[in-house]
Design a binder for this molecule. Structure first.
Ligand code: KIV
Length: 258
């Protein structure tokens, strides 16, 4: 197992795991200093391309953005989402996961689902491809509005079973998306690999958010998104200043001219 992955697993019950998304080099470069995991999420479909579903994200989209992200990472573990319909069976999944790793130099891939795709995940792991699981709300399977998971006893038991299954087949961590608090707490306490929550309570071993959301760059009213800063304001200030100086012929001075 990769040292970076061992280190992430060893954080369980000691220190929270920090994970953020990145879709390009410049963001990855800044984020890398503060996080343990950088995820090239297929959320890039809605954030960058205005797609109404992550199902429209292609393997080519993921590989191109991931290649850019790779250039910005020095220390974090790089995980890339396998997009919709790239892991419908074992052969397809292995061939696409190998392609992603070869072309992007990422260290792991993330797939959405539990028992339904367990054999596929197992096949990747048997072929030495590190896998991060993803349970709860599975955006690649949702049509329309997202509903939280793990509220009923039935859902709770199913999520717990799926989490244990992913642990047993060798996933190194599991993203829990919009999983009700008592369920995410139970799962986190019941498995030895870390849970990374998104809208799934403080009891998870780590947290992930979409970077564009936390920086206020992406308009969204999803409950789990906290805007930690309004980067739009900063961008506006910079662009306004540039415009003003160009209009008043203050820019470019000699210093900025050849
Ligand atoms: O696509 C993504 O960015 C994700 C995270 C939100 C977990 O899967």
């Amino acid at each position: 197992m990769l040292n970076k992955i061992k280190k992430i697993i060893s954080k369980k019950n000691k220190s929270k795991i920090i994970c953020l998304t990145a879709y390009s080099k410049n963001f990855a470069e800044e984020i890398d200093k503060y996080v343990d995991i950088i995820l090239v999420g297929d959320s890039l479909g809605s954030v960058l391309y205005n797609y109404d579903t992550t199902r429209k994200v292609s393997l080519k989209n993921m590989i191109e953005h991931s290649r850019s992200v790779r250039m910005g990472i020095k220390k974090s573990l790089m995980v890339v989402d396998m997009p919709y319909q790239t892991y419908r069976n074992r052969k397809e999944a292995l061939s696409n996961a190998k392609k992603i790793i070869k072309e992007t130099k990422c260290e792991a891939v993330k797939l959405e689902g539990g028992i339904k795709i367990a054999k596929i995940i197992q096949h990747l792991i048997n072929n030495r491809i590190p896998v991060m699981g993803h349970l709860g709300v599975l955006p690649q399977s949702v049509k329309g509005k997202f509903k939280s998971k793990g509220k009923t006893e039935k859902e709770k038991i199913k999520l717990l079973k799926d989490s244990k299954l992913l642990e047993n087949i060798g996933a190194f961590a599991i993203v829990l998306e919009c999983v009700q608090t008592s369920t995410s707490k139970l799962i986190t306490r019941s498995i030895k690999i870390p849970t990374i929550g998104i809208g799934s309570s403080v009891y998870c071993d780590g947290q992930v958010l979409v970077t564009d959301d936390l920086l206020g760059l992406n308009k969204t009213n999803i409950r789990f998104v906290k805007k930690f800063i309004d980067l739009k304001k900063v961008v506006n200030q910079g662009v306004k200043k540039f415009k003003k100086e160009v209009l008043s012929k203050k820019f470019p001075t000699k210093k900025y001219s050849y």
